[in-house]
Write a protein that binds this ligand. Structure first.
Ligand code: CO
Length: 678
């Protein structure tokens, strides 16, 4: 260690009661939010956080991240859990450690900027429900999008952590846009807004160790507020990056408990505790206490989630991040989307097109939601463009971005792309330059009207304001107006273990395949069907319990199903019977889980006319036309959400809408007939 480094060897007392270090590194634990969001598609349930909560409260973490990012979305959509309830429940167990949430500024916990009235209501409820630290970021680093939420944080006396999204255009820090000055200036802006701490948010794990040293040194020199580093492991650099940041004097580091660490998540806390033991930056943590928490996670919690872990590759790092500087979660979303559209062979074209699209759209950072906006537009360009025309199918979100609804881009948007995107755009063809929310009409009252008769409080109404389709669906489950589907049910530890056992046996070749049907005994009513995933292969296994231990009744090799994704294997579902096309969990995405396609009802289009088919799998947001309405060719008939992006689908022909086959909230497969125009 050189003289100017901040780490000095001090005492050789390694006991849990050792004296406090001069300048201990503070640690925020992310296991209960970013950890399972990164590794297990945000599927962590509150009931699986409670067994460790009181012990984790004893560790001495600076904060525990419990909420935000994709949790709000995933909980109500896939887990049938009220996201607000999670904060209140966990608060009963964490009595000392502050809670931190990831807040997407004016995007709140959604994927677009919301009107100020929704933002204010959301912030009131988040503060009152018990959130303490608001890690606030804007995907464009446009801090005008902080102007509504920050005064709320201050009004409640909570901690405002201002974020700078870390991104690059070069293999390392530098270049014309995202250079050292950029980060120092952004930090100064945040400090001027009253940031209580400043976080550099490296969502893709792009920050190299020596760049971290340079950035943290510069920030420590220019900024008074504590500096916090959030660097994903994805590329494999983060433990080294952490150490160099610590040597440069970083105040707070983000880590996970080891079962939730590495891959696209974060480095583990345990090796860092040992690394810093006996130095001037010793965390002071008791390694034995951490081990106890790990044991509970491993034995009581992890078996329920192992089927969601991507173990299709031996390598735990993503080399593509180093090659393409693309966030890991975004890559897995792209791969999933291409696979769903039978176009995985186009992945190299996507890699080539992506930096081009990003540059044309203003060289924006790639983080939720801009990573999806750029990613999906890139896929659309690769799939639908031809040599004569680029940007043939522009998503609604790209139009919004070109209009200025997300904020100011790092460099101006390509004028030609912008002009094309805004042709006939509903808000106007001339882009805005003001703070985006200034042009947004209030929208809370509309949500309240929609949720009337079912929502009982503002928490419910805010949920519907942010997620109108899935939010309403959830409220129906919550208040017993609709039966929640089987796949949102929590699985027991026993069910999970039975599934793991089967996979293990299948892998070891201990499951004997019966090729001759007549050799198998008759199936009884005890037959239970399991979906077993072995890497890319998908087997349906019938298990018939005849008195003693389960007997494997049959194994059927299934055709390559869209759910058998290496990034997101479908859950092993021991409860019988599960259709082969059961919904897969979303891809584990660093910051962005994607909704998975649900089973599609067979639709009979026995009406005369031109069928309008879904160009991609997705969820119907709304029909803009009713049966009997006249449409002209090219007019928007349906808005389809695919990978969180809305696509306005144009009428393939003019005429009258003869039949509509789905409704809002329905999932559709590629090729499904959405409506018939005759
Ligand atoms: Co993160």
């Amino acid at each position: 260690m050189s003289d100017h480094d901040q780490v000095k060897m001090t005492k050789m007392d390694y006991s849990p009661e050792r004296p406090k270090a001069d300048n201990p590194v503070k640690i925020e634990d992310l296991s209960l939010r970013d950890g399972h969001q990164s590794l297990f598609a945000t599927r962590g349930r509150t009931e699986d956080m409670i067994p460790v909560a009181e012990l984790m409260d004893e560790v001495g973490f600076w904060a525990i991240e419990t909420w935000g990012g994709a949790t709000f979305d995933t909980m109500h959509r896939f887990l049938n859990e009220d996201p607000w309830e999670r904060i209140r429940t966990l608060k009963r167990y964490f009595k000392k450690t502050p809670f931190s949430m990831l807040l997407r500024a004016q995007n709140l916990v959604g994927y677009r900027n919301y009107a100020d009235d929704v933002a204010n209501a959301f912030m009131d409820r988040a503060c009152e429900n018990g959130m303490d630290i608001f890690r606030t970021f804007d995907a464009l680093n446009d801090y005008r999008n902080f102007q509504t939420v920050v005064p709320k944080i201050k009004e409640y006396g909570k901690h405002f952590q201002g974020c700078i999204c870390y991104t690059m255009t070069e293999p390392r820090l530098g270049g014309e846009v995202y250079n050292l000055d950029y980060y120092v200036n952004k930090a100064k802006d945040l400090e001027a807004m009253g940031a209580d701490s400043i976080c550099v948010k490296d969502m893709a794990g792009l920050m190299a160790p020596y760049d971290a040293y340079e950035i943290v040194s510069a920030l420590k020199k220019n900024i008074k507020a504590p500096i916090h580093l959030h660097s994903h492991f994805t590329s494999g650099m983060s433990p080294m990056t952490h150490l160099k940041a610590i040597e440069a004097g970083v105040d707070i580091i983000d880590t996970c408990m080891s079962p939730y660490a590495y891959r696209t998540s974060h480095a583990a806390i345990e090796p860092l505790v040992m690394t810093l033991l006996g130095t001037s930056r010793d965390t002071g943590f008791d390694i034995k206490l951490l081990a106890r928490i790990n044991e509970i996670f491993e034995k009581e919690v992890m078996p329920k989630y192992m089927h969601l872990l991507d173990d299709s590759k031996a390598s735990i790092i993503d080399i593509n991040v180093l090659l393409h500087q693309t966030p890991g979660g975004m890559l897995s979303n792209l791969v999933n989307q291409l696979r769903e559209m039978d176009a995985l062979d186009k992945i190299d074209e996507v890699y080539k097109e992506l930096p081009k699209v990003r540059k044309e759209l203003g060289q924006i950072p790639l983080v939720t939601p801009t990573s999806q906006i750029v990613g999906i537009q890139t896929v659309n360009n690769v799939l639908f463009d031809d040599e004569n025309e680029r940007y043939k199918m522009i998503t609604a979100q790209v139009k919004d971005l070109c209009y200025g609804l997300y904020g100011k881009t790092a460099v101006p948007i390509d004028p030609e792309v912008q002009k094309k995107a805004l042709k006939g755009y509903e808000r106007g063809e001339e882009p805005i330059t003001c703070r985006p929310a200034e042009v947004l009409e209030p929208e809370l009252a509309k949500a309240q009207e929609m949720a009337k008769g079912i929502a009982v409080d503002l928490d419910d109404e805010v949920l519907v304001a942010i997620y109108p389709v899935t939010g309403m669906k959830f409220l129906k489950w919550k208040y017993g107006k609709e039966q929640p589907p089987e796949e949102v049910r929590a699985k027991s530890l026993e069910e999970a273990k039975a599934g793991i056992d089967l996979v293990r046996k299948a892998r070891a070749g201990q499951v004997v395949e019966k090729t001759q049907k007549e050799a198998a005994p008759d199936k009884t009513e005890n037959l239970r069907t399991f979906n077993v995933f072995v890497g890319d292969d998908f087997l349906e296994v019938g298990v018939d319990e005849v008195g003693g231990s389960p007997v494997v009744n049959y194994i059927q090799q299934m055709p390559a199903a869209p759910v058998a994704q290496p990034m997101a294997p479908a859950p092993v579902a021991p409860a019988a019977p599960v259709a082969p096309a059961a919904p897969a969990p979303a891809a584990p995405a660093a910051e962005e889980p994607a909704p998975a396609a649900e089973p599609t009802p067979a639709v009979a289009a026995d009406v005369e006319g031109t069928p309008m088919t879904a160009p991609m799998p997705g969820m119907i947001v709304r029909y803009e036309k009713n049966v009997g309405d006249a449409v002209t060719e090219g007019e928007t008939v349906v808005v389809l959400e695919a990978m969180k992006m809305e696509n306005a689908l144009p009428a393939p022909a003019g005429g009258t809408v003869k039949a509509i086959n789905f409704s809002s909230g329905d999932s559709v497969a590629k090729g499904d007939v959405l409506c018939v125009i005759g």
